[in-house]
Each structure stands twice: as C-alpha cells, then as structure tokens.
Write a protein that binds this ligand. Structure first.
Ligand SMILES: C[S@@+](CC[C@H](N)C(=O)[O-])C[C@H]1O[C@@H](n2cnc3c(N)ncnc32)[C@H](O)[C@@H]1O
Length: 323
C-alpha cells in the first residue's frame, strides 16, 4: 500500500490538468493539447500548463490529484474531506462510481430558468481511474456538472432550439441585452435568437435571406430586413444609427468570411458586444478559431449546446480586464 501511495503521489505531481472534451469532439481536443499522459473516455490528462485555453474542452480540472481508496465509503469520506460539492465523470465502473456519488452531499441537477445567475458554490469533479484509484480536482473551470448547463426549455414560443445556445452564451458571460439596448441579429431566421433578445426587452434588427417565423416578426421591438447580411457595412448602418450595443451572428457561412466582416465592425468601434457562432464542416482546420480568439477582449468557447461550431464572444465589459 505504501509503495502504491508513493507511486500515486509521483503521478499526481506530474498531472497538471485534466480536460473533459465536449461530447464527440475528443479528437479536436487531443489535437490541441500538449503533454498528454493518458485518456479516460472523454477525460484527457496532461503534464503541462496550457499555452492558451483549449477550445474543445467542456470542463478543465486544475491540479487534479490521485487518491487511493479502500472502499466506497472510504472514497466518499476522502472526497468530503476535500470539499462539499462533487460531480462524477463516469466512463467505466459506472455502478461503483454511482455508489460513491450517492454517499456525497447531493448537488442540484435541476434545469435552470433563463435568465439565471451562475451557481456560486465550488463544484469539484472526480472519476474512478480503476477500482482503487480516484482522480479528483476541487478547482474546475465550469460551475456545472461536467460542464453541461441544462435549461428548462420553452417548447411553445421559440421556433427552433437554437435559442438554447444563446441562453448558454449569455448565462456563461452573465451579460444580457436590455430594454435600453439595440441589437443586430444576422442569420436570424426562423428567429430563435431574435426571440431571446426581444424577450429580454431589447430592440432587434434581424437580417436573413429567409423570413422570420411570423410570430417572431410580430414581437414588440423586432424589425426584419430580408437580404444578404454581408452587404450591411458599419458605414451603411451609420446612415440610420450611431451605434449598436450588440451584434449577433448565427450565419451558416465560412468562418473566414465571417472574420473579415466582423473585423470591419470591430474596427469601426460602433458595436460594443459580439456573440457569433463559427460553423465548421468535416475535417476542418481550426486555425481561424485562433484568429478570432486573438481579437482583443474576446474568447472562443465550445458551449454545451454547440454542435460542430464554436462561439466567439467579445464584450465591452472585458475591455477593463487586463488581457
Ligand atoms: C442556423 S440558421 C440561424 C438560426 C437562428 N439563429 C435562429 O435562432 O433561429 C442560419 C441562417 O443563416 C442564414 N444565412 C446564411 N447566409 C446568409 C447571408 N449571407 N445573409 C443572410 N442570411 C444568411 C440562413 O438563411 C439561415 O436562416
């Protein structure tokens, strides 16, 4: 037992980070990481600090430790002695893992009502590497179990489920358009994102080649322009208004094309906040995502509700935070 403990301690010292890949995007995450030590389902252990935050991780476990366990109750005791709230990532030994988790204080798994504050209590993550070894990290990047944010869905009003990714993006950054603000929503049809923005009370100019769902176009504060979003330039926009608080894009287009168009708006200084999805096809090269991430005061994330796409977010509020 003593030799095993020494071995686990030396292994713990080696592992700096564990990254949980978004479901279906393990390969993308593996390609991004350096110093990979091992992979356990979607969890990838590395021995070095990241140069930049990986795009395809749904949760990052900082400084995880290996803990030898003698029984289910011993495992639960050891986790409880570290902190109160834990969430299990289970990739094998599911029953044993669940029996341990059942002995830990319960963590609410209730879906959230949008808009909502982020959970404030720290949430650790743990997994069973084998029957007698836990890997546990009290410090994780996501306050949600395995980085999965779940909402109480509205199955009646929005025209599709695209609204969930905008709910998640706004919840993640804890910034919301309000009734004093003006938004442009490009690639808006049938209107899931426009529905979110109008419900928050904002004024929205929606642009798409296809029409909005009729119920959405009739919402107070919504106006619609049919046509090519790329033909709207900051100069043209300035003919009718001085500025826009938000620019949203869920356009299906090449991210390279979106980058050039978005940069015009960034450089114009007339738009304060941006949320745009970058959509990829097949075996993409993701270099363009790094170009977006390099835009000052912005981040690129893979949200739980994103499929083969990333979300780029740039906020005015981040301009006061040193890069
Ligand atoms: C994924 S859908 C958007 C869904 C929308 N965000 C929602 O919540 O309902 C992508 C939209 O981009 C639009 N689109 C693609 N290229 C466009 C362009 N150049 N100009 C305007 N709309 C475009 C398509 O017509 C399509 O409606």
């Amino acid at each position: 037992m003593f030799r095993r403990q020494v071995y686990l301690q030396s292994m713990s010292a080696k592992i700096q980070y564990a990254y949980l890949a978004s479901e279906g995007f393990q390969d993308q995450l593996v390609n991004e990481l350096e110093g990979i030590q091992s992979q356990h389902g979607r969890l990838i252990l590395t021995d070095c600090l990241p140069v930049q935050p990986p795009l395809w991780a749904q949760n990052c476990w900082r400084n995880p430790i290996l803990i030898p366990i003698q029984s289910i109750s011993d495992a639960a005791q050891q986790l409880k002695s570290l902190q109160r709230n834990w969430s299990l990532y289970s990739f094998h030994l599911h029953r044993r893992g669940q029996l341990i988790q059942d002995q830990l204080p319960s963590v609410s798994a209730k879906p959230l009502h949008f808009p909502t504050r982020l959970p404030q209590s720290p949430l650790g993550s743990w997994t069973l590497l084998d029957r007698e070894t836990l890997l546990a990290a009290s410090d994780c990047s996501s306050p949600f179990p395995n980085g999965a944010i779940q909402f109480v869905e509205d199955k009646t009003h929005p025209p599709n489920r695209a609204y969930l990714k905008l709910w998640e993006a706004l919840t993640t950054v804890q910034e919301y358009p309000n009734s004093d603000q003006f938004c442009i929503d490009v690639g808006a049809s049938p209107g899931g994102w426009t529905w979110v923005l109008a419900k928050l009370g904002a004024e929205v100019l929606s642009i798409d080649r296809s029409l909005l769902d009729e119920r959405i176009s009739k919402m107070p504060g919504v106006s619609f322009q049919k046509g090519d979003a790329f033909s709207l330039s900051p100069e043209k926009f300035k003919e009718s208004r001085d500025q826009t608080d938000w620019l949203f894009s869920d356009l299906v287009c090449y991210p390279e094309k979106l980058f050039d168009w978005v940069m015009m708006w960034v450089e114009s200084g007339i738009c304060h906040n941006f949320i745009c999805t970058l959509k990829f096809q097949g075996d993409s090269d993701y270099q363009i995502a790094q170009k977006f991430a390099a835009i000052p005061h912005s981040q690129v994330l893979h949200l739980f509700h994103n499929k083969h796409e990333l979300t780029w977010i740039k906020l005015k509020a981040w301009e006061t935070i040193p890069e």
